[in-house]
Design a binder for this molecule. Structure first.
Ligand code: NAP
Length: 253
């Protein structure tokens, strides 16, 4: 039995975090950088990705900035190819990019439904599919998909809830299918986390949401990132096809 447990495998690991220009994705990328990982900062907007990558590089790690719209398969493929071209491998993929386009169902337009599914669910498929071709050659890797407490069903978020529930089913299926290749696939379902996404919520509703959290505070991107570090590390070597709920005790799924 090994007596050494830790995050050592993350030093010099190559980590791709989608939608990491800001918010939770940026927090995740910073946490990996603090372990000495090489991080690929990728965002739909190149300037955002480049600025964040430059700031994270000041932590003394190598970074790569790429713009990638995860809803486009060929862009996901180009992203993974570029990372492998630069560093020869990808150890960890965090499928974090996601959007909301909330609205009551009766007023929800087909394009409002489709856009959220395309980015949150198909984007997760696109990036996972593009990275597995590289990970399977190494016979190891970790994929972590960001779901949400909303997967349990939130009024006004039929599109978002469906996409995030889809991410869970995808994670459970893929975790089982890729286990023989040494690739672990897990999900994290955040609750209410303070980011530009939730900054859009009116103050009064935000206060009500925080009051309902047993730990009595909104989560920080770092709260999510620390759990992702665990799932990517050798500490979680026997964990696959699971979802970890990080929500301050909110009743959810
Ligand atoms: P955020 O602040 O809005 O950040 C999302 C990031 O994804 C942004 O950098 C955004 O880029 C990028 N992005 C948007 N569309 C993209 C696309 N097509 N391709 C690539 N990147 C794209 O959101 P967040 O709160 O950090 O959320 C991160 C993840 O956590 C999402 O999957 C979200 O659903 C999930 N989540 C969040 C919460 C929460 O309370 N915040 C709770 C549960 C789950 P731009 O800035 O250029 O648009």
């Amino acid at each position: 039995m090994s007596t050494k447990y830790g995050l050592e495998n993350l030093k010099d690991a190559v980590v791709v975090v989608t939608g990491s220009g800001r918010g939770i994705g940026r927090g995740i990328a910073e946490c990996f950088a603090a372990q000495g990982s090489k991080v690929v900062i990728t965002d739909i907007d190149h300037a955002t990705a480049a600025a964040t990558a430059a700031e994270i590089a000041q932590m003394g790690v190598e970074t790569l900035a790429m713009d990638c719209d995860v809803s486009k398969y060929e862009q996901a493929e180009a992203l993974m190819n570029k990372a492998v071209e630069k560093w020869g491998k990808i150890d960890v993929l965090v499928n974090n990019a996601g959007i909301t386009q909330d609205g009551l169902f009766l007023r929800m337009k087909p394009e409002q439904w489709q856009k959220v599914i395309d980015i949150n669910l198909t984007g997760t498929y696109n990036c996972a599919h593009a990275v597995v071709n590289h990970m399977r050659k190494a016979r190891k890797g970790a994929i972590i998909n960001i779901s949400s407490i909303a997967a349990g069903g939130n009024p006004g978020q039929a599109n978002y809830s469906a996409s995030k529930a889809g991410v869970l089913g995808f994670t459970y299926a893929l975790g089982k299918e890729l286990a023989p290749m040494g690739i672990r696939v897990n999900a994290v379902a955040p609750g209410f986390i303070k980011t530009p996404m939730t900054d859009k919520i009116p103050d009064k509703i935000r206060e009500q949401m925080i009051a309902a959290i047993p730990l009595k505070r909104a989560g920080e991107p770092d709260d999510i990132a620390k759990v992702i570090l665990f799932l990517a590390s050798d500490l979680a070597g026997y964990v696959t096809a699971q979802c970890v709920h990080v929500n301050g005790g909110l009743a959810g799924l």
